[in-house]
Design a protein around this ligand. Structure first.
Ligand code: ADP
Length: 988
């Protein structure tokens, strides 16, 4: 934006040249009067000099001519000032008059010299030389004028001299004149150049001065018209200048502002020190930008955005400050914040209301369900039974809806906390699909589950929520599919340090979802078919919940679908792999490597899943899509001397089903060695017996978990060929049984804890004996064989450590695995247990899978589970734990026991507290705490733990002081538990 006044060549700048001409003219004219007077004076002097030597007429003529030429020049010059003539015209005039004067001198002298003596002639030459020399000054502005004078005044002289004589002197004089002409021309040329340079410099100076002034004016105008208020300060915070925007913003006129201190003018008192800090920063070179309050002249505060910077070019420490009015924006922000807070409050209130409502409705709902159940168990007429069945199914549906609403409002109100615990991912996927397999079977849908072997087994995350999402997706897929298949899969799609990305996918061949509907199905309470007469039930909340859960777990639920062809829902979770647990997976007894296996199944997906699962174990998997092709393949292989070790037959195939094929195989003596495994998706009563009769070795239902399949195949292959007696049929149940049955001794004094652990273990297929203290445990081990002991640490009579020591002294107890159960989930506790001779450690309260992992050789997750954040009464978690153990039915009994024993426990604690005996308080608090922790009353457990700790440290007064809090909390817990028991329990 800067304008450089010197830029661009000025050498032939016409502006400069015109200026040179004008200066030359004025110089020529200015020198006029003196020159004219001098000419007259000189010619008079010369006349006096030659008065006696020259004829009078000649003298008079010469004087007359010079005087006339000078007068002519004067006249012309004076005339010029009256007329307006162009510089060119005027110059021409000057040149002519100069030539006139020159001619008068030259011809006069040329005529006079022949008549004069040499000395007088020399004097005349000197005069003429003087005139010419003087003209180098007076005619400096115009080369041509000077040349005219030079020529007219000196050219006639040689003629005069040569007429005078031809002696050497004359010749020399002539030569001198010629040299003089040359010399004077050079002198004039130099003078002229200097003159032009001077004029040019003056012109440039004038023009740059003008440009500078213009720039100043431009900058001033810019600052004046800038919409931002600007103030320039000096080193002492006084205002040097302000712009009109400053005047408008703050209400001060320039006159008032300039010279005043900026602090006194616009900075509120309370902000002075902050303001000087800002100034110091700006002076240190920082460009300071802040949003701050300032004050107007009328005292009103004003919100501004202040930007300040040091003006480096100003030596006395100038500072420029810019103020933008942001009052409007601030007000808008404030309004927006208020609106958002209000919206959030409303949303929270709505969620809380929903949660309360659904809780309130569920209580009577469960009474309805419970009593319907009871009445259904009595003698009823057909009509009555049908009506009650309807009441039951409707109530269940209603309960599902309420559970959805509760779940949704929990997520909305941000009450939902995710767990991060180790879980068996393939198992979760399989177990979920298995739960829904019944529904798929009812609709004659093929439900396939594919979890390739590379999916890590034990990952960390929230299995309950993963299951919930899969449950919803698979449930929907089954609901909206009339024929075809539902494929569920989980596959690894990437690795990131310690995390693995697993993509979960549920695909169906159902009715599909149109593009418009795709946009809204994830919204709450939306269904693709919103008509009142729609065919499919549901709340329209499932997908909304699933999407939020997936998002909470760090993924994104997405869908692709085509109307009439089916839908595919998928999401990817990035979960940490639990390496320690994975490494501890027990090895299998049978190696399947190199075995030959034929899969006969019409369903392509199913064949692929089996191929993947078994192929990874080294099994050579061959396939046939139809029964007849399968039989041919079996026969051909046998004829070639490489019979198949085992054939897996799908029970439901279009032309010839699995049982018919099995009959054909068994009818062929060449195929007798081939073991048969039937895979069915629609188990029927009597199938087992049929298998046994037909010589089929195994019978499994789809979808089948990888581990179960491999175990079944392994077991079938290991089995010796039937020698007379028919071998046992391998089923899902037999696999579970053979895998898990352990004889376990549980030493635990707490009744609730006893029930929980026993229910979990029995459901898992283990055998459990329970004892109430360490002494009984030692006795039991002396008389029975156990595979494992679960040992509570704090027990009456003999504690866990002492009992362990005693057991280790027994012959049977030396290498018996003893797993400690302790409520002290502190670091170091594990080491303490191991030091005291125990083999493992489990923190209470524990989850079913922690317990199973601990007793079945896995040691995942011990201390961590206790560290998870605990809600006041986490019945949901407790119920979830029990459900996971398959012992949900025991929950209500356990809760009822807890509720009925709570008053006594509280009374015992109060009594101990009144007694003031530390040990009694400690004991009572400990027993109570253990029970509370088990059912998930974490806050109560914490309060009790504090009481216990105080008592243990001997601080009885402090322990007594805790009783009040404990009583209050216990009452809350009791109400909660009663409600749950009476109403059927919290929703998990
Ligand atoms: P709902 O309880 O009604 O199943 P969801 O939120 O789970 O609620 O599903 C919302 C709607 O999305 C369903 O009503 C249905 O119209 C559509 N939808 C969900 N899954 C599928 C699917 N697999 N095939 C076709 N439509 C589906």
């Amino acid at each position: 934006m800067t304008v450089d006044p010197v830029a661009g060549g000025t050498a032939h700048d016409p502006r400069v040249e015109a200026e040179v001409r004008r200066a030359a003219l004025s110089q020529l004219l200015k020198g006029g009067p003196l020159a004219e007077a001098v000419h007259v004076l000189l010619v008079v002097v010369v006349a006096a000099l030659v008065w006696n030597s020259l004829p009078l007429a000649l003298t008079a003529g010469w004087v007359g001519a010079v005087t006339a030429a000078a007068a002519l020049r004067t006249w012309w010059r004076l005339g010029l000032s009256r007329r307006t003539a162009s510089p060119e015209e005027a110059l021409r005039g000057v040149r002519l008059t100069v030539a006139g004067v020159g001619l008068a001198w030259g011809f006069g002298a040329a005529a006079a010299i022949p008549a004069l003596g040499l000395d007088q002639a020399a004097l005349i030459l000197v005069v003429l030389a003087g005139i010419v020399a003087g003209a180098t000054g007076t005619l400096v502005g115009d080369r041509r004028s000077f040349h005219y004078l030079l020529l007219t005044a000196l050219a006639p002289l040689p003629i005069g001299i040569l007429l005078h004589g031809h002696s050497r002197v004359h010749l020399i004089a002539t030569l001198l004149i010629v040299l003089f002409v040359g010399g004077m021309d050079r002198v004039h040329r130099r003078a002229y150049r200097t003159f032009v340079e001077r004029v040019r410099a003056a012109v440039l100076l004038a023009s740059s001065t003008q440009d500078l002034a213009r720039q100043h004016a431009y900058l001033d105008a810019l600052i004046a018209s800038t919409p931002v208020a600007i103030a320039v300060l000096d080193g002492r915070r006084s205002i040097r200048s302000v712009n009109p925007a400053f005047e408008t913003l703050f209400g001060y006129s320039t006159a008032e502002a300039v010279g005043a201190s900026i602090d006194a003018l616009i900075v509120p008192d309370s902000l002075r020190s902050e303001s000087s800090d800002l100034e110091a920063r700006a002076r240190a070179g920082e460009i300071v930008r802040v949003e701050i309050e300032r004050r107007r002249k009328d005292g009103r505060p004003i919100q501004v955005r202040l930007s300040a910077a040091a003006v480096k070019a100003v030596p006395e420490g100038g500072l420029v400050a810019l103020y933008e009015d942001i009052s409007d924006r601030k007000a808008a922000e404030q309004a927006m914040r208020a609106a958002r807070e209000l919206a959030e409050r409303v949303a929270r209130a709505r969620s809380a209301f929903l949660a309360n409502m659904s809780h309130e409705i569920r209580t009577p709902m469960n009474a309805v369900l419970g009593f319907v159940e009871l009445v259904l168990d009595t003698e009823l007429q057909v009509e009555q039974r049908r009506a009650l069945e309807l009441v039951r199914s409707s109530s269940e549906a209603l309960l599902t809806i309420l559970n959805d609403i509760l779940d949704y409002s929990k997520i909305e109100a941000e009450h939902l906390e995710l767990e991060s615990i180790p879980f068996d991912l393939p198992k979760v996927v399989h177990a979920t699909a298995t739960l829904l397999a019944v529904r798929a079977r009812e609709k004659h849908l093929e439900l396939t589950v594919d979890v390739p072997p590379d999916v890590p087994h034990i990952m960390r995350g929230d299995p309950t929520r993963v299951r919930q999402v899969l449950m919803n997706l698979i449930g929907n897929a089954i609901k909206f599919t009339e024929q075809g298949e539902v494929d569920v899969s989980a596959a690894v799609v990437g690795y990131h340090d310690d995390r693995t990305s697993v993509r979960f996918r549920v695909r169906d061949t159902g009715i599909g979802i149109s593009d418009e509907q795709l946009a809204t199905i994830f919204d709450e309470f939306t269904q693709a078919d919103a008509s009142m007469t729609r065919r499919y039930g549901g709340t329209g909340l499932g997908l909304a919940i699933s999407r939020k859960l997936v998002a909470l777990m760090g993924g994104q639920l997405s869908v692709t679908s085509e109307v009439g062809r089916g839908s595919e829902f998928s999401f990817t979770l990035r979960l940490p792999v639990d390496r320690s647990a994975a490494a501890a997976t027990p090895g299998r007894a049978v190696s399947l490597g190199g075995r030959r296996l034929l899969v006969v199944d019409d369903n392509e997906t199913n064949r692929r899943i089996l191929r993947d699962m078994l192929g990874a174990e080294g099994v050579a998997v061959h396939e046939a899509a139809r029964a007849d092709a399968g039989l041919t393949a079996l026969r051909r292989a046998a004829a070639a001397g490489t019979p198949f070790d085992i054939a897996i037959l799908d029970a439901q195939m279009p032309d010839q089903d699995g049982f018919e094929l099995a009959a054909a195989v068994r009818a062929d003596p060449d195929l007798a060695a081939t073991k048969l495994l039937i895979l069915t998706s629609a188990g029927q009563r009597g199938d087992g017996e049929r298998c046994r009769q037909m010589g089929i070795q195994a019978y499994l239902t789809k979808p089948i978990a990888r581990a179960d399949l491999i175990e079944a195949v392994g077991t079938v292959l290991l089995e010796a060929p039937p020698a007379g007696a028919a071998p046992a049929l391998i089923t899902r149940h037999s696999i579970a049984e053979s895998r898990h049955t352990l004889r376990i001794l549980l030493a635990e004094d707490n009744l609730v804890n006893q029930q929980v652990a026993t229910a979990m273990l029995v459901k898992r297929g283990h055998q459990v004996d329970v004892v109430g203290n360490g002494r009984e445990a030692v006795d039991a081990i002396g008389t029975h064989d156990y595979d494992l002991v679960l040992m509570d640490i704090q027990m009456p009579e003999m504690d866990g450590f002492a009992a362990t020591q005693a057991i280790r002294a027994l012959p049977r107890g030396r290498s018996l695995p003893i797993i400690a159960l302790t409520a002290h989930a502190l670091s170091g506790e594990r080491e303490r247990c191991l030091e005291r001779g125990m083999t493992g450690y489990l923190a209470k309260p524990f989850k079913a899978h922690d317990l199973f992992a601990a007793i079945e050789g896995r040691t995942a997750a011990t201390a961590d589970t206790a560290a998870a954040p605990a809600p006041p009464v986490d019945l949901a978690a407790f119920r979830g734990t029990m459900r996971e153990a398959g012992a949900e039915a025991a929950v209500d009994g356990i809760l009822a026991t807890f509720a009925s024993t709570l008053p006594q426990r509280l009374e015992a604690l109060a009594e101990a507290s009144r007694g003031g005996e530390a040990e009694a308080i400690q004991r009572a608090a400990h027993a109570f705490r253990s029970a509370a922790a088990t059912i998930g009353a974490h806050r109560l457990a914490q309060l009790l733990e504090a009481m216990e700790a105080s008592a243990r440290s001997g601080d009885v007064a402090r322990a007594q002081g805790g009783l009040q809090d404990v009583s209050r909390e216990a009452q809350i817990v009791l109400d909660h538990v009663r409600l749950a028991v009476d109403g059927g329990g919290d929703h998990g």
